[in-house]
Design a protein around this ligand. Structure first.
Ligand SMILES: [Zn+2]
Length: 632
């Protein structure tokens, strides 16, 4: 994918952040097991949260925004995975030492500075994802460096923090969360603001951070256990945080799209300025429900039947701009609509879109006249219950006012296609303050020395080790990135089979077989090792490996040896081979007698048909030549 954007020229800056759930025994601040429950919840509780002043006495803007939305929260309780700490009825326990040690390993791997004491801090969150209204976090390393492939990326902060409650349902006014997830330890690693790099580099960085975290062997696996965030800005734009980018590939797209989005928003800002748009031209939303009262439009009738109100307002000088595409598939109008949706309405309808299908042209003309719509304007209507359309209208207006001056600093949620949607304003710095309920955790010299002994191998070292085994750079990299890394390591450790051959089987043969439709995922690590052990013991030949892999995927319940005998893939001895060859030579005595020199070539195929995969072709050739010589 190329967007043709010169990222240097537009002053692209971004940071990458990863969150990975740790596989510890207990949660970070209580004794509950750190796992997602397999059971149904046993009860629910309802809460309403409110924004509280941070240490500086300011109500954080992001927090206040959530409060305005006036929502209630329902929390699901699980028998074994929820306790009084999780529902904020008991003070948190001291921090889980196992989680601290794991993150300390990572901080040491990243050559970070380690503080003598770990202090637990509170981060305000008022989207209800934490029953206490804040998330606890603790910095374990500062000023680290991620090194890979001769690159060095600055890692200002390595932290451990508690996972939020998992969202079950969001119906606007009420959000349901599950509390089993709350408090599972997470490691958070973020790069500083990076300049001079393209979106592709971000994928590499996130990949290497993920690899590093996995190398500790203490991470949870599976969907949702790792999350990537990126923050992006361009020259003249503003910092936008994109949360929850699902896959590595999408990181590239998300950065590209956000860069494009900010560039287009800059264009819109310029255009508004050219047209003479100013704050004084904005007017409040007005109730225009009456204009639609007699409407024949099915669309309108349905809205009014649901007891909705309709509010309208004029966006002076905004005509045509709502049609502008910010990034593929996403117009400015759609972005404005998201601000309305966040207030609990279905969206916005405006005169920059084709309204013919709604069949309410006459009503729209009256609304436009009522609001004083002029040629360069865009008129917006919003339907919803009670105060919602008014609140939504105000939210859209606020967003439009900002469009005159800047690209708003905000948090956006990643969609599956690389686009993003507005989620909330970017939290301010009043967001972090000390957690006084939990004592600090001392990091002694002994603990650091002890941890240092266990720190896993870095990517660079692993590369060097694999290349020393005779694998090329590409193949080494391929193995490290592949799902077969553990298989490879275990085979190399436990057999004497050449690393090159093992790598070629795991990379090429497995890929080929998968393409043929063979269910290679049925071959687990143990079976794979068994195959290579048989190979080392010469019970199967190299040539037979593909057939054995096929067989093992087909009969996963059998041992590899059983499968090998069943398929007749067991190697044969030289004696057995000689007997077979003798038989073939005798049968073809005419051919042999006619021309001994070419006979070996002619008969090789016939012999191989019977013994392929069971013995080395070189030995076949030797014995065949020998037997032909013997013919008189
Ligand atoms: Zn608990």
């Amino acid at each position: 994918m190329t967007t043709g954007i010169d990222y240097q020229k537009i002053g692209l800056k971004y940071g990458v952040e990863i969150h990975q759930r740790l596989a510890t025994t207990r949660k970070l601040f209580c004794a509950c097991p750190a796992r997602i429950s397999a059971d149904q919840p046993i009860a629910t509780i309802n809460r309403r949260l409110r924004a509280v002043a941070g240490e500086l006495g300011l109500v954080d803007m992001a927090a206040a925004y959530e409060f305005i939305r006036n929502r209630t929260f329902t929390y699901q309780i699980f028998r074994n995975e929820t306790c009084l700490v999780d529902i904020d009825e008991e003070p948190p326990h001291s921090i889980d030492p196992e989680a601290v040690k794991t993150v300390l390993e990572l901080a040491l791997l990243l050559k970070a500075d380690i503080p003598g004491e770990i202090h637990i801090m509170r981060k305000t969150v008022i989207d209800g994802s934490n029953t206490s209204g804040f998330q606890r976090t603790a910095i374990i390393g500062l000023n680290g460096v991620l090194s890979y492939a001769n690159k060095k990326i600055f890692i200002p902060v390595i932290a451990v923090e508690e996972e939020s409650a998992g969202i079950v349902e969001n119906n606007g006014d009420n959000v349901t969360y599950r509390l089993d997830r709350l408090g599972i330890p997470l490691v958070e690693i973020s790069t500083g603001l990076l300049e001079g790099l393209g979106p592709k580099d971000a994928v590499e960085i996130a990949y290497h951070l993920g690899m590093l975290v996995r190398s500790t062997g203490k991470v949870l696996r599976g969907i949702g256990t790792i999350r990537q965030d990126v923050n992006v800005s361009v020259e003249g734009g503003n910092r936008v945080e994109i949360k929850g980018v699902q896959t590595l590939d999408l990181i590239e797209k998300a950065i590209e799209y956000e860069a494009q989005r900010q560039l287009t928003l800059k264009e819109i800002k310029g255009e508004l300025k050219n047209r003479g748009c100013k704050l004084e031209l904005f007017e409040k939303p007005q109730d225009v429900t009456n204009i639609f009262a007699e409407s024949k439009s099915k669309f309108v009738k349905k809205i009014l039947a649901e007891n909705n109100k309709i509010y309208g307002f004029n966006l002076s000088k905004f005509g045509g701009l709502l049609k502008k595409e910010l990034c593929p598939g996403k117009t400015f109008g759609k972005e404005l609509s998201e601000h309305a949706v966040a207030q609990g309405v279905g969206g916005i309808t405006h005169t920059d879109e084709d309204l013919t299908s709604y069949q309410m042209d006459a009503e729209m003309e009256r609304v436009k006249a009522f609001l004083g719509h002029e040629l360069e304007d865009c008129t917006v209507i919003i339907a919803g219950q009670g105060e919602k359309p008014l609140r939504a209208g105000n939210a859209v207006l606020e967003r439009c006012k900002t469009a005159l001056f800047e690209i708003p600093r905000e948090v956006r949620a990643a969609n599956e296609d690389g686009t993003t949607k507005f989620s909330r304003p970017l939290p301010g710095s009043s967001r972090l303050y000390p957690e006084t309920d939990i004592p600090p955790f001392r990091i002694t010299k002994d603990l650091i020395e002890e941890t240092r002994k266990h720190i896993p191998e870095t990517w660079d070292r692993k590369m060097a080790r694999f290349m020393k085994m005779g694998l090329g750079k590409d193949l080494s990299e391929q193995i490290i990135k592949s799902e077969y890394l553990n298989d490879f390591e275990s085979i190399i450790k436990n057999t004497g089979v050449s690393a090159k051959f093992v790598a070629s089987v795991l990379m090429s043969a497995m890929t080929e077989l998968r393409r043929e439709g063979v269910k290679v995922e049925k071959i687990n690590e143990e079976k794979m090792l068994e195959i290579f052990k048989l190979l080392e013991a010469r019970k199967i030949g190299k040539e037979a490996v593909n057939e054995v892999l096929k067989g093992v995927s087909k009969y996963p319940m059998q041992t590899v040896e059983e499968t090998v005998s069943k398929l007749g893939l067991k190697t044969i001895s030289k004696e057995e081979l000689r007997a077979i060859i003798k038989g073939i030579v005798q049968k073809n005595a005419n051919v042999v007698k006619k021309d001994k020199r070419s006979a070996a070539k002619k008969l090789m195929g016939t012999v191989m048909k019977q013994v392929r995969g069971k013995i080395d072709g070189k030995i076949v050739n030797e014995i065949l030549t020998d037997e032909i010589k013997k013919v008189k």
